[in-house]
Design a protein around this ligand. Structure first.
Ligand code: PS7
Ligand code: MN
Ligand code: MN
Ligand code: MN
Ligand code: MN
Ligand code: MN
Length: 351
């Protein structure tokens, strides 16, 4: 049973929830349970950004078309019926762009304040994504520095955190101090995005791109693709460990952020992706399969995580458990052995 049953009042609203379900099992589940004050705003925020990301991800769209489309994407929100049929036939979520007119109808029904947040973030994200569209050679080498890595993650995820925080505080579901301490929202997004990037090594390289920063992988190999060869496995695993250590740098902020959310449905919405991320980091840690396929956490594990993340204490216990898993999986031969130990200990202390 659900606390806030969905009451669909129009065909376009029904179509939007269908799009949500088609494009993300995990986000659909948490968005459907949201307090009705924010449910449609966050559902539409998700669909607009999913559409933008579907333009970014489509490697069959020429950069000459893609870059201006990304940069002006927010202006489509001023129209009532824009759609886009220019994705390659196999692009995963192309339906969101084909039916973008359905999203627009519902978007224009939102409170103006909520529309403004969505449009502003879409504008900033589209321009940030455009800055990272480059020739094939550049993409195959990933991003250069850790600073570039953080900036890319800011555009595609830190900004989502900023927008969600502005919506939550406007609805009085979170502490107003979250607005002045925006670095906490930034960490909420970066922790998810970095986990996604580490896990998607193979998928992204197969698509002809990578977001692993060279400043990190360059310590372990001269060519990023080398990690998929068996003779470079140890170097690859050491590199994953370095990337996980970098991602763990956001955990303290994530836990502080979650302590400042008052509304239960918003807390669940924020907490579930974060506990899935720490479980995913524990799964990919020292795991050779990352170089072969997209490693996913088991379905039973996901159910347990969702069930146990309903309280702050439950979330802390989950983080504590997976930090221990990471610590125990770390071999003494790992060049970051000491740093991983210190970071896990430090966070354990905080918890
Ligand atoms: C507005 C709910 C809760 C303060 C589509 C949620 C893709 C990891 O690239 O689909 O397909 O592998 O697996 C979501 C902060 C953003 C960051 C970013 C919008 C948390 C377009 C999620 C989601 C902030 C860019 C999805 C960042 O992963 O990626 C709403 C607080 C979209 C959040 C993308 C990635 C999200 C992501 P891919 P996935
Ligand atoms: Mn993308
Ligand atoms: Mn994507
Ligand atoms: Mn993808
Ligand atoms: Mn990805
Ligand atoms: Mn994905």
């Amino acid at each position: 049973k659900t606390l806030y049953p969905l009451e669909i009042t129009s065909e376009s609203e029904r179509n939007c929830y269908a799009l949500l379900k088609k494009t993300s099992r995990s986000f659909a589940a948490v968005i459907m349970e949201l307090n009705p004050e924010l449910r449609n705003a966050i559902m539409l925020f998700y669909l607009v950004l999913r559409a933008l990301d579907t333009v970014e991800d489509d490697m069959t769209i020429d950069p000459e078309t893609k870059v201006p489309l990304l940069r002006t994407f927010d202006s489509k929100l001023l129209t009532k019926d824009w759609t886009f049929d220019g994705n390659g036939p196999n692009e995963k979520d192309r339906i969101v762009l084909v039916q973008f007119d359905q999203i627009l109808i519902e978007y224009h029904k939102l409170k103006p304040q909520y529309q403004d947040v969505i449009k502003d973030i879409t504008h900033k994200m589209g321009n940030g994504m455009a800055d990272y569209i480059n020739d094939k050679e550049f993409n195959l080498n990933g991003v250069a520095t850790i600073k570039d890595y953080d900036l890319y993650c800011h555009y595609v995820a830190g900004l989502v955190g900023e927008g969600l925080t502005k919506l939550s505080v406007a609805a009085e579901f979170g502490a107003p101090s979250l607005i002045k301490d925006m670095y906490l929202s930034e960490s909420m997004g970066l922790f998810l995005q970095k986990t996604n990037i580490i896990r998607d090594y193979k998928e992204d390289l197969d698509d002809g791109r990578s977001f692993w920063p060279k400043e990190i992988w360059g310590k372990y190999t001269p060519e990023l693709v080398n990690f998929s060869k068996p003779e470079n496995l140890k170097d690859g695993l050491d590199c994953i460990s370095d990337l996980v250590l970098n991602a763990l740098g956001h955990v303290r902020d994530v836990l502080v952020y979650l302590s400042l959310i008052y509304d239960n449905s918003t807390f669940n919405f924020c907490a579930i992706p974060q506990v899935m991320a720490i479980a995913t980091l524990a799964e990919v840690f020292n795991n050779p399969l990352v170089f072969k396929k997209n490693v996913k956490i088991r379905k039973g594990t996901t159910c347990k995580l969702i069930l146990n993340s309903r309280t702050y204490e439950g979330v802390l216990a989950i983080f504590s458990q997976y930090l221990r898993v990471i610590h125990h999986k770390c071999p003494v031969s790992d060049p970051n052995y000491l740093k991983i130990g210190i970071k896990c200990g430090e966070l354990e202390q905080f918890i």
